[in-house]
Design a protein around this ligand. Sequence first.
Ligand SMILES: [Ca+2]
Ligand SMILES: [Ca+2]
Ligand SMILES: [Ca+2]
Length: 407
Amino acid sequence: MKLSKASIIFISNIILITGCSDLLTEAPPANAIFDAPLAELTAAQLRAHLAGDAAFGELFTPQTGLGPIFNQTSCESCHPAEGRGHPSTNLRRFGKTTANGFDYLLEHGGPQLQDHSIPGYPAEKLPAEFTGLSERGGPIVVGLGFIEAIPDQAILQNEDPADANGDGISGRANFISPPDYLALDINKINRNGKYLGRFGRKATAINLLQQTASAYINDIGITSEFEPVELFNPILGNRVGDNVADPEVTTETINNVVIYLQTLRAPQRRHTDDPKVRQGEQIFAQIGCAGCHTPEMQTGPSPIAPLAFQKVPLYSDLLLHDLGPELADNYPEGEASGVEWRTTPLWGLGIVENSLGGTPFYLHDGRTSDLGQAILLHGGEAATVRNRFANLSAGEKTALLAFLQSL
Ligand SMILES: [Ca+2]
Ligand SMILES: [Ca+2]
Ligand SMILES: [Ca+2]
Protein backbone atom coordinates (compact mmCIF):
# COMPACT_ATOMS: atom_id res chain seq x y z
CA MET A 1 0.00 0.00 0.00
CA LYS A 2 1.23 3.46 -0.95
CA LEU A 3 0.94 5.90 1.94
CA SER A 4 0.12 9.58 1.47
CA LYS A 5 2.39 12.12 3.16
CA ALA A 6 -0.39 13.02 5.59
CA SER A 7 -0.89 9.44 6.70
CA ILE A 8 2.84 8.97 7.22
CA ILE A 9 2.87 11.97 9.54
CA PHE A 10 -0.23 10.58 11.27
CA ILE A 11 1.39 7.17 11.79
CA SER A 12 4.66 8.62 13.04
CA ASN A 13 2.70 10.74 15.51
CA ILE A 14 1.05 7.63 16.90
CA ILE A 15 4.45 6.00 17.25
CA LEU A 16 5.74 9.09 18.98
CA ILE A 17 2.81 9.23 21.33
CA THR A 18 2.86 5.55 22.24
CA GLY A 19 6.64 5.62 22.38
CA CYS A 20 6.43 8.43 24.87
CA SER A 21 3.76 6.88 27.06
CA ASP A 22 5.79 3.68 27.02
CA LEU A 23 8.63 5.63 28.54
CA LEU A 24 6.37 7.00 31.23
CA THR A 25 4.77 3.73 32.25
CA GLU A 26 7.50 1.23 31.48
CA ALA A 27 8.92 -0.45 34.58
CA PRO A 28 12.63 0.18 35.22
CA PRO A 29 14.86 -2.66 33.98
CA ALA A 30 14.92 -5.64 36.35
CA ASN A 31 18.58 -5.10 37.20
CA ALA A 32 17.94 -1.51 38.35
CA ILE A 33 15.53 -2.38 41.19
CA PHE A 34 15.82 -4.31 44.43
CA ASP A 35 12.20 -5.27 45.13
CA ALA A 36 11.44 -8.47 43.21
CA PRO A 37 10.59 -12.01 44.33
CA LEU A 38 12.70 -15.04 43.52
CA ALA A 39 11.54 -16.99 40.52
CA GLU A 40 10.15 -20.50 41.19
CA LEU A 41 8.34 -19.79 44.46
CA THR A 42 5.38 -21.99 45.33
CA ALA A 43 1.96 -20.33 45.34
CA ALA A 44 1.96 -20.31 49.16
CA GLN A 45 5.44 -18.73 49.30
CA LEU A 46 4.42 -16.08 46.78
CA ARG A 47 1.29 -15.29 48.84
CA ALA A 48 3.39 -14.90 51.98
CA HIS A 49 5.90 -12.80 50.02
CA LEU A 50 3.18 -10.41 48.86
CA ALA A 51 1.64 -10.15 52.34
CA GLY A 52 5.13 -9.56 53.77
CA ASP A 53 5.78 -6.88 51.14
CA ALA A 54 2.65 -5.03 52.27
CA ALA A 55 3.61 -5.40 55.96
CA PHE A 56 7.12 -4.10 55.20
CA GLY A 57 5.52 -0.92 53.83
CA GLU A 58 2.87 -0.54 56.56
CA LEU A 59 2.95 2.89 58.23
CA PHE A 60 2.15 2.45 61.92
CA THR A 61 0.11 5.06 63.79
CA PRO A 62 -0.78 5.52 67.48
CA GLN A 63 -4.00 3.60 66.67
CA THR A 64 -2.04 0.56 65.45
CA GLY A 65 0.52 0.50 68.27
CA LEU A 66 3.26 2.87 67.10
CA GLY A 67 5.74 3.68 69.88
CA PRO A 68 5.11 5.22 72.37
CA ILE A 69 8.79 5.86 71.60
CA PHE A 70 10.19 4.87 68.21
CA ASN A 71 12.66 5.73 65.46
CA GLN A 72 10.53 5.56 62.31
CA THR A 73 7.00 4.48 61.44
CA SER A 74 7.65 1.61 58.96
CA CYS A 75 10.32 -0.84 57.89
CA GLU A 76 10.38 0.86 54.53
CA SER A 77 11.17 4.28 56.09
CA CYS A 78 14.73 3.04 56.68
CA HIS A 79 14.92 0.56 53.80
CA PRO A 80 13.26 2.56 50.98
CA ALA A 81 12.37 0.34 48.00
CA GLU A 82 14.20 -2.43 49.91
CA GLY A 83 17.42 -0.45 49.46
CA ARG A 84 19.72 1.51 51.69
CA GLY A 85 18.30 4.04 54.15
CA HIS A 86 18.80 7.78 53.82
CA PRO A 87 21.07 9.16 56.58
CA SER A 88 18.15 11.26 57.89
CA THR A 89 16.65 7.98 59.15
CA ASN A 90 19.85 6.70 60.81
CA LEU A 91 19.35 5.22 64.24
CA ARG A 92 21.73 5.58 67.19
CA ARG A 93 22.84 3.19 69.92
CA PHE A 94 24.88 4.30 72.90
CA GLY A 95 26.65 3.18 76.04
CA LYS A 96 29.62 3.76 78.27
CA THR A 97 32.97 2.07 78.76
CA THR A 98 33.54 1.34 82.46
CA ALA A 99 36.14 -0.52 84.50
CA ASN A 100 33.72 -3.49 84.61
CA GLY A 101 33.07 -3.62 80.89
CA PHE A 102 30.65 -1.82 78.63
CA ASP A 103 27.54 -0.40 80.26
CA TYR A 104 24.53 -0.16 77.90
CA LEU A 105 22.98 2.43 80.20
CA LEU A 106 19.65 0.59 80.37
CA GLU A 107 18.34 2.95 83.04
CA HIS A 108 18.96 5.80 80.57
CA GLY A 109 17.04 4.03 77.79
CA GLY A 110 20.00 2.24 76.24
CA PRO A 111 21.07 0.63 74.08
CA GLN A 112 18.99 2.27 71.32
CA LEU A 113 17.85 5.88 71.28
CA GLN A 114 14.20 6.10 70.24
CA ASP A 115 14.13 9.82 69.55
CA HIS A 116 10.53 10.06 68.31
CA SER A 117 7.31 9.61 70.30
CA ILE A 118 3.55 9.63 69.90
CA PRO A 119 1.64 12.74 71.06
CA GLY A 120 1.52 13.24 74.82
CA TYR A 121 4.57 11.09 75.44
CA PRO A 122 8.21 12.22 75.84
CA ALA A 123 10.82 11.07 73.32
CA GLU A 124 14.20 9.83 74.55
CA LYS A 125 17.20 12.11 74.78
CA LEU A 126 20.83 11.08 74.48
CA PRO A 127 22.24 10.93 78.04
CA ALA A 128 25.43 12.87 78.71
CA GLU A 129 27.19 9.77 80.10
CA PHE A 130 27.81 7.97 76.82
CA THR A 131 31.34 7.23 75.59
CA GLY A 132 30.32 5.16 72.56
CA LEU A 133 27.75 6.22 69.99
CA SER A 134 26.93 4.06 67.01
CA GLU A 135 25.04 5.76 64.22
CA ARG A 136 23.74 3.37 61.58
CA GLY A 137 21.74 3.49 58.40
CA GLY A 138 19.56 0.67 57.12
CA PRO A 139 21.35 -1.70 54.72
CA ILE A 140 19.74 -3.08 51.56
CA VAL A 141 17.49 -6.00 52.51
CA VAL A 142 17.58 -8.15 49.36
CA GLY A 143 19.32 -11.47 48.78
CA LEU A 144 19.18 -12.12 52.54
CA GLY A 145 17.55 -15.54 52.10
CA PHE A 146 20.75 -16.64 50.39
CA ILE A 147 22.90 -15.17 53.16
CA GLU A 148 20.76 -16.94 55.77
CA ALA A 149 21.16 -20.28 53.93
CA ILE A 150 24.99 -20.21 53.91
CA PRO A 151 26.07 -22.95 56.38
CA ASP A 152 27.85 -21.69 59.53
CA GLN A 153 30.89 -23.77 58.66
CA ALA A 154 31.37 -21.99 55.31
CA ILE A 155 31.60 -18.64 57.13
CA LEU A 156 33.74 -19.90 60.02
CA GLN A 157 36.33 -21.49 57.76
CA ASN A 158 37.44 -17.97 56.76
CA GLU A 159 37.98 -16.89 60.35
CA ASP A 160 41.60 -16.05 61.12
CA PRO A 161 41.45 -14.36 64.53
CA ALA A 162 45.23 -14.44 65.13
CA ASP A 163 46.09 -13.64 61.49
CA ALA A 164 47.85 -16.99 61.08
CA ASN A 165 48.41 -16.42 57.36
CA GLY A 166 50.09 -13.07 58.05
CA ASP A 167 48.17 -10.98 55.51
CA GLY A 168 47.19 -8.39 58.12
CA ILE A 169 43.56 -9.47 57.89
CA SER A 170 42.01 -11.33 60.80
CA GLY A 171 38.30 -11.93 60.36
CA ARG A 172 36.36 -12.95 63.47
CA ALA A 173 32.85 -14.24 63.84
CA ASN A 174 30.35 -12.67 66.21
CA PHE A 175 28.70 -15.21 68.52
CA ILE A 176 25.38 -14.21 70.07
CA SER A 177 23.21 -15.51 72.91
CA PRO A 178 19.96 -16.37 71.17
CA PRO A 179 16.67 -14.95 72.46
CA ASP A 180 14.40 -17.66 73.97
CA TYR A 181 12.01 -17.72 71.03
CA LEU A 182 14.62 -18.74 68.43
CA ALA A 183 14.27 -22.45 67.62
CA LEU A 184 17.62 -23.06 65.98
CA ASP A 185 18.42 -25.84 63.58
CA ILE A 186 20.42 -28.73 64.98
CA ASN A 187 23.16 -28.06 62.40
CA LYS A 188 23.88 -24.63 63.85
CA ILE A 189 27.29 -24.37 65.48
CA ASN A 190 27.12 -23.65 69.20
CA ARG A 191 30.00 -22.01 71.10
CA ASN A 192 29.24 -21.89 74.83
CA GLY A 193 25.52 -21.49 74.16
CA LYS A 194 26.07 -18.74 71.61
CA TYR A 195 25.39 -18.89 67.89
CA LEU A 196 26.89 -17.28 64.81
CA GLY A 197 25.49 -13.82 64.10
CA ARG A 198 25.34 -12.75 60.47
CA PHE A 199 22.83 -9.88 60.05
CA GLY A 200 23.25 -6.26 61.07
CA ARG A 201 26.30 -4.02 60.78
CA LYS A 202 28.09 -5.92 63.54
CA ALA A 203 26.56 -9.32 62.75
CA THR A 204 24.40 -9.44 65.89
CA ALA A 205 21.31 -11.17 64.48
CA ILE A 206 21.48 -14.94 64.08
CA ASN A 207 18.65 -15.12 61.56
CA LEU A 208 15.95 -13.07 59.87
CA LEU A 209 13.31 -13.83 62.50
CA GLN A 210 15.49 -12.32 65.22
CA GLN A 211 16.30 -9.31 63.02
CA THR A 212 12.62 -8.75 62.20
CA ALA A 213 11.14 -9.16 65.71
CA SER A 214 13.88 -6.90 67.05
CA ALA A 215 13.25 -4.24 64.37
CA TYR A 216 9.52 -4.13 65.15
CA ILE A 217 10.06 -3.45 68.85
CA ASN A 218 13.24 -1.38 68.82
CA ASP A 219 12.77 0.69 65.66
CA ILE A 220 8.96 1.13 65.56
CA GLY A 221 7.80 0.30 69.12
CA ILE A 222 5.63 -2.58 67.88
CA THR A 223 5.20 -5.53 70.25
CA SER A 224 4.90 -9.13 69.03
CA GLU A 225 4.65 -12.63 70.46
CA PHE A 226 8.47 -12.65 70.34
CA GLU A 227 9.06 -9.23 71.89
CA PRO A 228 5.86 -8.74 73.93
CA VAL A 229 6.96 -5.86 76.20
CA GLU A 230 6.95 -2.16 75.26
CA LEU A 231 10.23 -0.21 75.47
CA PHE A 232 11.49 1.39 78.68
CA ASN A 233 11.12 5.15 78.69
CA PRO A 234 13.89 6.66 80.83
CA ILE A 235 12.12 10.01 81.19
CA LEU A 236 9.02 8.40 82.71
CA GLY A 237 11.05 5.66 84.37
CA ASN A 238 8.63 2.97 83.22
CA ARG A 239 7.40 0.88 80.30
CA VAL A 240 3.92 2.38 80.20
CA GLY A 241 2.74 1.68 76.69
CA ASP A 242 0.32 3.04 74.18
CA ASN A 243 -3.38 2.19 74.44
CA VAL A 244 -3.11 -0.68 71.98
CA ALA A 245 -3.26 -4.22 73.36
CA ASP A 246 -0.07 -6.26 73.02
CA PRO A 247 1.03 -8.01 70.88
CA GLU A 248 0.48 -5.32 68.27
CA VAL A 249 1.57 -7.31 65.25
CA THR A 250 0.46 -10.90 64.63
CA THR A 251 2.84 -13.83 64.43
CA GLU A 252 1.47 -14.48 60.95
CA THR A 253 2.59 -11.01 59.85
CA ILE A 254 6.05 -11.47 61.34
CA ASN A 255 6.35 -14.82 59.57
CA ASN A 256 5.24 -13.23 56.29
CA VAL A 257 7.85 -10.49 56.63
CA VAL A 258 10.51 -13.12 57.30
CA ILE A 259 9.45 -15.06 54.20
CA TYR A 260 9.37 -11.80 52.26
CA LEU A 261 12.98 -11.06 53.25
CA GLN A 262 14.00 -14.65 52.50
CA THR A 263 12.45 -14.58 49.04
CA LEU A 264 13.57 -11.19 47.75
CA ARG A 265 15.77 -11.86 44.75
CA ALA A 266 19.49 -11.08 45.02
CA PRO A 267 20.83 -7.98 43.20
CA GLN A 268 21.57 -8.63 39.53
CA ARG A 269 24.98 -7.97 37.96
CA ARG A 270 25.15 -5.32 35.24
CA HIS A 271 27.63 -4.33 32.50
CA THR A 272 29.58 -7.57 32.88
CA ASP A 273 30.88 -7.38 29.29
CA ASP A 274 32.36 -3.91 29.72
CA PRO A 275 36.19 -4.26 29.49
CA LYS A 276 36.64 -1.63 32.25
CA VAL A 277 34.45 -3.69 34.56
CA ARG A 278 36.47 -6.82 33.82
CA GLN A 279 39.72 -4.97 34.43
CA GLY A 280 38.29 -3.62 37.72
CA GLU A 281 37.34 -7.12 38.81
CA GLN A 282 40.95 -8.24 38.40
CA ILE A 283 42.29 -5.23 40.31
CA PHE A 284 39.77 -5.92 43.12
CA ALA A 285 41.29 -9.38 43.55
CA GLN A 286 44.92 -8.30 42.98
CA ILE A 287 45.05 -5.53 45.57
CA GLY A 288 43.33 -7.63 48.23
CA CYS A 289 39.77 -6.28 48.50
CA ALA A 290 38.58 -9.86 48.17
CA GLY A 291 40.45 -10.69 51.41
CA CYS A 292 37.30 -9.49 53.21
CA HIS A 293 34.81 -8.92 50.40
CA THR A 294 34.69 -12.66 49.50
CA PRO A 295 33.29 -12.72 45.95
CA GLU A 296 31.24 -15.86 46.34
CA MET A 297 29.90 -18.31 48.88
CA GLN A 298 27.47 -21.23 48.54
CA THR A 299 24.19 -21.98 50.28
CA GLY A 300 23.42 -25.35 51.82
CA PRO A 301 20.00 -26.99 51.97
CA SER A 302 16.93 -24.77 52.34
CA PRO A 303 13.18 -25.38 52.69
CA ILE A 304 12.79 -22.71 49.99
CA ALA A 305 13.85 -24.61 46.86
CA PRO A 306 15.41 -21.71 44.87
CA LEU A 307 17.69 -20.90 47.84
CA ALA A 308 19.20 -24.40 48.16
CA PHE A 309 22.76 -25.11 46.99
CA GLN A 310 23.16 -21.81 45.16
CA LYS A 311 26.13 -19.58 44.44
CA VAL A 312 25.94 -16.36 46.45
CA PRO A 313 27.99 -13.54 44.86
CA LEU A 314 27.67 -11.31 47.94
CA TYR A 315 31.24 -9.90 48.13
CA SER A 316 31.46 -10.37 51.89
CA ASP A 317 32.91 -12.91 54.32
CA LEU A 318 30.21 -11.92 56.87
CA LEU A 319 33.00 -11.65 59.46
CA LEU A 320 34.06 -8.79 61.72
CA HIS A 321 37.11 -6.66 60.93
CA ASP A 322 38.87 -3.81 62.69
CA LEU A 323 38.60 -0.95 60.18
CA GLY A 324 40.53 1.55 62.27
CA PRO A 325 39.76 4.65 64.33
CA GLU A 326 38.22 6.68 61.50
CA LEU A 327 35.22 4.32 61.27
CA ALA A 328 35.17 3.22 64.93
CA ASP A 329 32.01 3.80 66.99
CA ASN A 330 33.53 2.69 70.32
CA TYR A 331 30.36 0.70 70.75
CA PRO A 332 30.85 -3.06 71.26
CA GLU A 333 28.01 -5.40 70.37
CA GLY A 334 28.02 -9.10 71.18
CA GLU A 335 31.67 -10.11 70.68
CA ALA A 336 32.27 -7.28 68.20
CA SER A 337 34.48 -4.52 69.56
CA GLY A 338 34.07 -0.79 69.16
CA VAL A 339 36.35 -0.77 66.11
CA GLU A 340 34.92 -3.80 64.32
CA TRP A 341 32.30 -4.01 61.58
CA ARG A 342 30.90 -6.85 59.56
CA THR A 343 32.18 -6.71 55.98
CA THR A 344 29.36 -5.07 54.06
CA PRO A 345 28.17 -7.21 51.14
CA LEU A 346 28.89 -5.21 48.00
CA TRP A 347 26.20 -6.71 45.78
CA GLY A 348 23.66 -4.08 44.83
CA LEU A 349 26.21 -1.30 45.33
CA GLY A 350 25.71 0.10 41.81
CA ILE A 351 22.01 0.83 42.29
CA VAL A 352 21.77 2.12 45.87
CA GLU A 353 21.13 5.65 44.60
CA ASN A 354 18.00 4.54 42.73
CA SER A 355 15.99 4.36 45.95
CA LEU A 356 17.62 7.49 47.42
CA GLY A 357 16.53 10.15 44.95
CA GLY A 358 19.69 9.74 42.86
CA THR A 359 22.35 10.27 45.55
CA PRO A 360 24.05 7.17 47.02
CA PHE A 361 25.24 6.98 50.64
CA TYR A 362 27.98 4.58 51.71
CA LEU A 363 29.40 3.10 54.94
CA HIS A 364 27.50 2.19 58.10
CA ASP A 365 26.23 5.72 58.73
CA GLY A 366 26.04 6.86 55.11
CA ARG A 367 28.76 9.42 55.77
CA THR A 368 29.92 9.70 52.17
CA SER A 369 28.34 9.73 48.72
CA ASP A 370 31.74 9.32 47.06
CA LEU A 371 32.57 5.67 46.38
CA GLY A 372 36.32 6.31 46.20
CA GLN A 373 36.15 8.10 49.55
CA ALA A 374 34.30 5.11 51.08
CA ILE A 375 37.34 2.99 50.17
CA LEU A 376 39.88 5.57 51.38
CA LEU A 377 38.15 5.64 54.79
CA HIS A 378 39.06 1.96 55.32
CA GLY A 379 41.84 1.66 57.95
CA GLY A 380 42.94 -0.94 60.50
CA GLU A 381 43.12 -4.40 58.93
CA ALA A 382 42.29 -2.84 55.57
CA ALA A 383 45.04 -0.16 55.70
CA THR A 384 47.50 -1.99 53.42
CA VAL A 385 44.81 -2.74 50.86
CA ARG A 386 43.53 0.83 51.06
CA ASN A 387 47.04 2.15 50.36
CA ARG A 388 47.28 -0.10 47.32
CA PHE A 389 44.01 1.40 46.13
CA ALA A 390 45.29 4.92 46.75
CA ASN A 391 48.40 4.14 44.66
CA LEU A 392 46.48 2.90 41.62
CA SER A 393 46.65 4.98 38.44
CA ALA A 394 43.61 7.10 37.60
CA GLY A 395 42.61 4.59 34.91
CA GLU A 396 42.88 1.64 37.29
CA LYS A 397 40.80 3.45 39.91
CA THR A 398 38.13 4.19 37.32
CA ALA A 399 38.09 0.51 36.36
CA LEU A 400 37.77 -0.62 40.00
CA LEU A 401 34.91 1.79 40.62
CA ALA A 402 33.21 0.65 37.39
CA PHE A 403 33.43 -2.91 38.65
CA LEU A 404 31.90 -1.95 42.02
CA GLN A 405 29.11 -0.12 40.17
CA SER A 406 28.36 -3.29 38.19
CA LEU A 407 27.58 -5.34 41.31
CA1 LIG B 1 3.61 -0.13 70.83
CA1 LIG C 1 15.86 3.43 74.16
CA1 LIG D 1 0.89 -1.64 73.23
